[in-house]
Design a protein around this ligand. Structure first.
Ligand code: AMP
Length: 599
């Protein structure tokens, strides 16, 4: 494509030749979305033709869309789980992918309470790197580039037993040579040193990143983490640790709790006493009111680089509180299965964020989503191709990847908002079947129901039962936590359950929730203790009256299992008779053992 057509393209003028190439690539991919997709499918089917999976579907070497659509079924993780487990157990035969599996990524989605394992291949990292490289020129054109970043990312938690083996997709990127040996770019420098980002101990990693970010408080022009919940955790960390951090800055010494040798070596070279800086940070952090703390500590911050779409939207008010309403740039839409696309206008309002799926990343199909359809009622023949989706409609994303997933349901519901050239742009609507989410946890209605049932067993000896319940993701506390409202029926008023018993019910609920929830609680400290708020009798009837007064039909009324609407919250909270918190951490151990790890 000629350069002048890029200049006049909606992406605006590039700043240098490298940027011009990246913008040109975006333009080429999006102008030819359908033919790129056709090629991607042909490439995937050709290279994986001899895999056990495709051979079993009798494609007989066909690589065209029609044959693919007629012979390949749409699947979920559960369908593939036995094959994935075989790979995890060390079977090196080409099961899903002709290319050797290089590592397992863990998805935050769960299957039977365990994190999903996602086999990946080496070249996927190149594809992901390519997507990252496209972000810079997009930032550049909106004047965001020449700004160091306070990056808050942690790759795991050694203390709590995070085992080597399956990694999260971003961790895999940070551990890769793509990140570690990235060419120096003076305009894209993180204040966080690699040594801190790569340290598997979450306290030491965060402490060092925060310390380095504080030293460079005047230079920091954007503050970021991957997800909003992570950034708020960093603020909470500052709240808890600013005294130690300022002490280190004052004296030029490193907190003895930081023992990681690579970090200590790095910090020995860079730490210096700066009493003036320590005084300045102490002055801000010791104030009771932390409103606008981000811009008070890092006065030149222009925006937050953080995802606030989907489940993360619930953190926008808190981010606004701590940042004085700074803009929030959501740049990328990605998953362990595949990186999907980019936001070509990252400085737009959170409510307007839409992601352009890059047609070179995988083969994308879309299952029309009718909220009232029963699961599985849409036949796969109705799957729509990337270039054929319709503006305003909602779809579930279905992918076929180079790593060997074929017509795999990701579980995300997307709405088409428009097109960039011939590539559609999508608003992230929600994750299917997720009721509660604080961090990477995703709790659905069935899990919540089971957790309530298990916990309420503790009430039996008191002749008490849970007659109604609902839930709420409380993100006003840091970390956020699950709140479960319980209405109890006690048949023996002289023997009602004590505070101690109800506290234990909180823990029993946590023990019943999936492993991602428990990992967030135990290892990542990204979810606070679960809370049960007991409401007085008749509260749920009042809730129904309220819904009916707003037009709900009495015959169809169902108790909402999750609430967030302010008047309903106010009603529930005004009826609370006692509140209880989980007294200790639930049980959690690192991933199930993989008998043989892929090298
Ligand atoms: P994981 O498999 O743990 O990497 O999580 C991937 C999931 O996170 C996606 O399928 C989405 O549900 C969610 N996600 C990723 N990026 C975004 C985004 N930009 N906005 C909203 N949700 C996202």
């Amino acid at each position: 494509m000629a350069v002048d057509s890029i200049l006049s393209s909606p992406l605006g003028p590039p700043a240098c030749e490298k940027d011009a190439k990246a913008l040109q690539f975006i333009e080429e991919m999006t102008r030819n979305a359908d033919s790129v997709q056709e090629n991607v499918l042909a490439q995937i089917l050709t290279r994986n033709a001899q895999t056990e999976y495709l051979k079993g579907l009798n494609l007989n070497g066909a690589t065209d869309r029609e044959t693919f659509k007629s012979k390949v079924p749409m699947v979920t993780y559960e369908d593939l789980q036995p094959l994935i487990q075989r790979i995890a157990n060390g079977d090196r035969s080409p099961i899903l992918s002709a290319h050797p599996v290089s590592e397992f990524l863990t998805s935050s989605g769960t299957s039977a309470g365990e994190r999903k394992l996602m086999p990946t291949i080496k070249e996927e990292l190149d594809r992901r790197q390519l997507l990252y490289s496209l972000l810079m020129p997009i930032r550049e054109r909106i004047g965001q580039r020449q700004r160091p970043l306070l990056l808050v990312h942690q790759i795991g938690n050694r203390n709590s037993g995070w085992a080597p083996g399956p990694t999260r997709s971003l961790t895999s990127y940070y551990k890769s040579d793509h990140f570690k040996t990235r060419p120096f770019d003076p305009y894209n420098v993180y204040t966080s040193p690699n040594e801190a980002i790569l340290c598997p101990d979450s306290f030491q990693s965060m402490y060092t990143q925060m310390l380095c970010g504080l030293y460079e408080r005047q230079q920091v022009l954007r503050v970021g983490a991957v997800f909003a919940s992570g950034l708020l955790r960093a603020i909470r960390f500052l709240q808890l640790n600013w005294q130690h951090l300022t002490e280190d800055i004052r004296t030029g010494s490193l907190n003895p709790k930081v023992t990681d040798p690579p970090i200590r070596e790095y910090m020995t070279r860079s730490i210096r006493p700066d009493p003036e800086l320590a005084d300045c940070i102490t002055k801000e952090c010791s104030k009771e009111n932390w409103e606008g703390i981000i811009t008070r500590i890092w006065p030149n911050t222009k925006y937050l680089d953080v995802i606030v779409t989907g489940a993360m939207a619930q953190y926008i008010p808190t981010l606004d509180y701590y940042s004085g309403g700074l803009p929030k740039a959501c740049t990328m839409y990605a998953s362990s299965e595949c990186y999907f696309g980019l936001n070509l206008n990252p400085m737009c309002k959170p409510s307007e964020v839409c992601y352009t799926i890059m047609p070179n990343m995988a083969y994308f199909e879309f299952l029309p989503h009718e909220p009232n359809n029963s699961p599985g009622s849409t036949p796969p023949s109705q799957l729509v191709d990337l270039a054929d989706v319709e503006i305003g409609k909602e779809y579930e994303l279905v992918i076929t990847t180079y790593a060997g997933l074929c017509r795999y349901r990701v579980g995300d519901i997307l709405r088409v908002t428009g097109f960039h050239n011939s590539a559609p742009q999508f608003q992230f609507v929600r994750r299917k079947n997720v009721l509660l989410s604080i961090d990477s946890d995703k709790t659905d209605e069935a899990e919540l129901q089971t957790a309530v049932e298990n916990a309420s067993k503790l009430l039996r000896e008191f002749n008490t039962s849970v007659v109604e319940y609902t839930s709420y993701a409380d993100t006003k506390t840091i970390p956020g936590h699950y709140v479960i409202y319980w209405e109890l029926l006690s048949k023996d008023s002289g023997n009602s359950p004590s505070k101690h018993v109800l506290d234990r019910c909180c823990l029993a609920m946590e023990e019943s929730l999936n492993s991602v929830y428990r990992q967030c609680r135990v290892a990542d400290n990204s979810i606070g203790p679960l809370e049960i708020r007991v409401v007085r009798n008749g509260t749920f009837e009042e809730l129904m009256d309220y819904a009916i007064s707003r037009g709900a039909s009495i015959n169809q009324y169902k108790v909402p299992r999750c609430v967030s609407f302010t008047p309903i919250m106010e009603l529930l909270d005004s009826r609370v008779v006692s509140a209880h918190f989980s007294p200790s951490l639930p049980h959690w151990t690192p991933e199930r053992s993989m008998k043989k790890r892929i090298k």
